[in-house]
Design a protein around this ligand. Structure first.
Ligand SMILES: [Zn+2]
Length: 208
């Protein structure tokens, strides 16, 4: 299995990842006992340190806020159950409206943005594609962090199947195709834009 780097696991344990990356990482952790153990190991010293702190009464405002949250009706999970997104990853998402699927000019493919941070230019999205299909070749202008939720795909770096964590650096380019057989589901966090090659690139420039 392809794992996230240790520094990403440490940043997760210490609460330093943005929401999109937390969701992607939780999706990997659901598949990977080794990384779950590593997160638990790096979290333990922080827990002991917190436990050793002198106990202070919680501010009144905290109880008011908690009570308000408990009073409000629980928001419905906006992501359909048919999306193979693990529960821990769903929990990280802010409940929003209905998921809107966008169908690019590809047979049977669909994409939905689950979370967006316009200030930082970060988007979290899920893609669904039948097996044995080619995704257009493209170049990443920023980082992409991705986890395969189901099925798999292959590109110049090899084959990625359920649970695999992939990082594409800014400037990297690839032409993935989904593996034959099961439908492929990918959860990914994008920083910045993606440039398509070929006629789709020309179309993108025309629209932009
Ligand atoms: Zn792992």
């Amino acid at each position: 299995m392809m794992h996230p780097p240790s520094e990403t696991l440490l940043a997760h344990a210490s609460g330093h990842l943005d929401r999109a990356l937390r969701v992607v990482l939780e999706a990997h952790l659901d598949h990977c006992a080794a990384c779950r153990a590593e997160v638990a190991a790096v979290s333990a010293p922080g827990g002991w340190a917190l436990g050793a702190l002198p106990r202070l009464p919680a501010p009144d405002a905290l109880w008011t806020k908690l009570a308000a949250r408990l009073d409000s009706a629980p928001a419905a999970d906006p992501i359909p159950a048919s999306v193979p997104l693990p529960l821990a990853a769903r929990r990280e998402l802010v409940p929003g409206g209905r998921v809107r699927w966008w169908r690019p000019l590809l047979r049977g493919a669909r994409l939905a943005v689950l979370d967006r941070d316009d200030e930082r230019g970060v988007a979290l999205a899920v893609a669904h594609m039948p097996g044995g299909r080619v995704f257009p070749r493209h170049r990443h202008l920023g980082f992409e962090h991705a986890v395969v939720l189901a099925g798999g795909y292959e590109d110049e770096r090899g084959a990625f199947v359920a649970g695999d964590f992939a990082i594409y650096e800014p400037g990297s380019e690839h032409g993935p195709h989904t593996l034959d057989g099961d439908d492929c589901w990918i959860l990914f966090r994008l920083e910045g834009r993606v440039r398509f090659r070929g006629w789709r690139g020309a179309l993108q420039r025309l629209i932009a």
